[in-house]
Design a protein around this ligand. Structure first.
Ligand code: PEP
Ligand code: MG
Length: 754
């Protein structure tokens, strides 16, 4: 059964559209269960009907036409109850409703299971049999498994299939739901960015000079043939004759007129070679994968491999992306911090990533750069987005593809309002972050790239509260040397002189990987990351700390921050290494000053040992991004559980309260450096809890200053009293949002960002 199931899933995930996906399901299920009929109904909200979308057994003429109004018939009963209905004789049931034209009258036994995706009933899968009989438990379980496994694929096929059709024939806009990544509105033209040699990521692109493109393709095929011949020669002694046959098969496929001609046909129809290759290879892969013979099915992997090889040859001279449009909306399946860092920032107006969530690093980086971003747009047909007119609504986490004139005008108005608000807020730049009742709370900036130092300075930040050193590590092809690091850190220190700067030691692992130091783990967020890596590699840690100490002038404005500490022994070991680096530098004759050292509180274990931490360090910085992830057991990058991720959850607020109170007993200052510090609602809570400073993306800083300057601390403390009685993040968010609106700060929570 498992093999059947896996095969169905694979076939469906490769189906181009919903009709095809459902046709495959009903055919395969009917065969596997040996029933007379298998049908799939999809629930259509606008028509208020469950429509018969596919059937193997019922009258083919009724497919796409027949259906049941919501509330009518057994199919509706399954959908209403969201559970299985298993009947020996359907016509005897009071809810039975005969649908004319389907030939349903011929069948007695009925088994219907709901197709549910993210708690929503998408449709109903039904099997029927002529004979009277009750379906067995294992049959029911099989159908339920198929429906559950396929719900996601159907949801995806439904949306992307629908969208693919729409965007290839755009006359009316399409809107897709994602997650807010970075606030603001970006209106521009799509540019797809994708990893090399990944055939599925290749976007659609048009070419003018068709003949040159055909030539380029032929050259790539010739190159691929040479590569394979080389491989064959190199391995000729190591491989048996039979094994070598694989290479002959490859060469045969490369010489096969049909595949090559199909690609060329697509190029002649206007596609660029890489896009034409993707379509052709996928078509062949589908044919192989649908074959019954297991040996032939396996050949699909060879076709894919061949496709990748030709693509690599095609990309040899063409790695560079096409020119970035004047107003670029960067689109990708998974835009990484590196891809973003490499783009020309002055042309970027928006970022759209199919993967990620609001606390993943692409979102953090977009916020640092002040670029609106929408992440976790699961149904985004990435390859069709190049050259599309796009709107990225970073407030609501929505993407508009080919927006209508009205939508575009509305968003232009919003963007203008936004620009006005930013201009108005600029006046607060040199004003202190102080509440009307005299409580002062310094605001610092989070940075990580040299390019976001200027926005940080312009935002009026009183220093850098978190410099993520991993970003300069990410954009290289090896670990930076001590001197290279020294130069980077010196630039940061100088740019902010005489203000304080907190440099965090390397925090890689989790979702931040270095191309030259790959870490493969089942659970990277619970694995080798942050301080765990650098303690295991003291040679890296010492070099980094030396570079930091050398970069600080003698004015004692450098602080070193330790990420991902989860036990006191890790803290002690880190402090010892910092001491070691300090003494070695003194011995080398360097005039270095002793830095302040802080620990990040991101792992819940340390919330409960906060006093032991506070005794040892000069300051504490709460990394609410990770603290939220670990406290709530919600992966910060997983769009499917993003709704559960909220730093305003009661547990997170209570944890911060424990940290502030525990640290205060040892006169140890507490800063908040996670994204929570840049959330206007959360700031009311942090203000009331008595945190000593906040560090955030430069783009949030003036808004937060506005909140602080408008809101009495006494009032925030009153609100906190109520918040502490609340039991859900949703309630707290709503309550604090209303408080901001009442205080005349509604502009900050407008567009309902979360
Ligand atoms: C955090 O976890 O809150 C934090 C600031 O660190 P990062 O986002 O870099 O993991
Ligand atoms: Mg962190």
């Amino acid at each position: 059964m498992l093999a059947i199931l896996q095969r169905i899933i694979q076939e469906v995930s490769q189906a181009n559209d919903i009709e095809r996906a459902l046709a495959i399901i009903v055919k395969r299920v009917k065969e596997a269960m040996k029933v007379d009929v298998c049908s799939a109904y999809l629930s259509n909200e606008s028509q208020h009907r469950h429509i018969l979308m596919a059937s193997d057994g019922l009258n083919p003429q009724s497919i796409g036409r027949a259906g049941l109004v919501f509330g009518q018939g057994l199919v509706s009963l399954v959908a209403e109850r969201a559970e299985t209905v298993n009947l020996e004789s359907a016509p005897d049931h009071p809810r039975y409703h005969f649908v004319p034209g389907t030939d349903e009258q011929n069948y007695c036994a009925f088994l219907g299971v709901p197709i549910i995706h993210h708690r929503k009933v998408l449709g109903v899968l039904v099997v029927q049999q002529r004979a009277r009989r009750r379906f067995k438990e294992d049959e029911n379980a099989f159908l339920m498994t198929v429906a559950a496994q396929l719900a996601g694929a159907i949801a995806h096929a439904e949306v992307s299939g629908g969208i693919a059709k729409l965007v290839s024939n755009v006359s009316e806009g399409v809107s897709l739901k994602g997650l807010p990544g970075s606030p603001g509105v970006g209106i521009g033209t799509g540019l797809v960015i994708y990893p090399p040699a990944d055939l599925d990521a290749v976007p659609d692109r048009q070419v003018e000079d068709v003949e040159t493109e055909v030539e380029v393709f032929r050259e790539a095929v010739a190159l691929a043939q040479d590569d394979i011949r080389d491989l064959q020669t190199r391995l000729s002694t190591a491989l048996s004759k039979e094994d070598q046959a694989l290479f002959d098969a490859y060469l045969q496929m490369l010489g096969s007129a049909s595949m090559i001609e199909q690609v060329i046909g697509r190029i002649r129809a206007g596609s660029w070679a890489s896009g034409a290759l993707r379509e052709t290879i996928n078509e062949h892969v589908r044919v192989f994968e649908s074959m019954d013979d297991p040996y032939m099915r396996e050949r699909s992997a060879d076709v894919k491999d061949l496709g990748r090889r030709i693509l690599r040859c095609l990309q040899k001279d063409r790695q560079a992306p096409p020119p970035y449009p004047e107003r670029t909306v960067l689109v990708g399946d998974e835009i990484t911090a590196t891809m973003l860092a490499e783009a020309p920032i002055d042309r970027l107006v928006g970022v759209i990533s199919a993967k990620g969530s609001s606390s993943s690093h692409v979102a953090i980086l977009s916020r640092a750069l002040g670029i609106p971003a929408v992440v976790g747009v699961k149904e985004l047909p990435v390859v069709r987005m190049e050259g599309q007119s796009l709107i990225a609504d970073g407030y609501n986490g929505r993407v508009y593809v080919a927006p209508s004139e009205n939508v575009r005008k509305e968003y232009q108005r919003l963007a203008a309002e936004e620009a006005q608000m930013t201009a108005d807020l600029a006046e607060l730049r040199d004003e202190p972050a102080q509440t009307p009742d005299g409580f002062r709370i310094p605001l610092y900036a989070n940075t990580g790239l040299l390019s976001d130092i200027t926005p940080s300075l312009l935002s009026g930040a009183e220093g850098i509260g978190l410099y993520r050193t991993e970003f300069p590590f990410m954009v290289r092809d090896r670990f930076p040397t001590e001197d290279e690091q020294f130069h980077i850190y010196s630039q940061v220190m100088e740019a902010f002189a005489p203000k304080p700067v907190v440099l965090r030691t390397l925090d890689v692992g989790g979702d931040k990987s270095l191309p030259y130091f790959p870490i493969k783990e089942e659970n990277p967020f619970l694995g080798w990351r942050g301080i765990r890596i650098t303690l295991d590699h003291p040679e890296l840690f010492l070099v980094q700390v030396r570079a930091m100490l050398r970069a600080a002038d003698s004015l004692d404005r450098l602080s070193i921050l330790l990420p991902m500490i989860s036990s006191i022994s890790e803290l002690d070991e880190s402090l010892k290494l910092i001491q070691q680096a300090y003494h070695e530098l003194l011995e080398d004759g360097e005039a270095v000053a002793k830095p302040r050292v802080g620990a990040m509180i991101e792992v819940p274990s340390l919330v409960y040992q906060i006093e032991a931490v506070a005794k040892r360090v000069d300051f504490i910085s709460v990394g609410t991004n990770d603290l939220t992830q670990y406290l709530l057991a919600v992966d910060r990058n997983n769009g499917s559980v993003a709704e559960l991720y909220d730093s305003l959850s009661p547990a997170v607020i209570l944890a911060i309260k424990l940290v502030v109170e525990g640290a205060a007993r040892h006169y140890c200052p507490v800063s908040i450096c996670g994204e929570m510090a840049g959330d206007p609602r959360a700031v009311l809570v942090l203000l009331a809890l008595g945190v000593d400073s906040l560090s955030m993306s430069a783009s949030s800083l003036l808004r937060i200053k506005w909140v602080i300057r408008q809101f009495e601390r006494a009032k925030a403390q009153q609100l906190l009293g109520t918040v502490l009685t609340m039991e859900s993040a949703k309630e707290i968010r709503q309550y604090l949002g209303n408080a901001l609106v009442e205080a005349g700060l509604g502009g900050l929570v407008r567009a309902g960002n979360k």
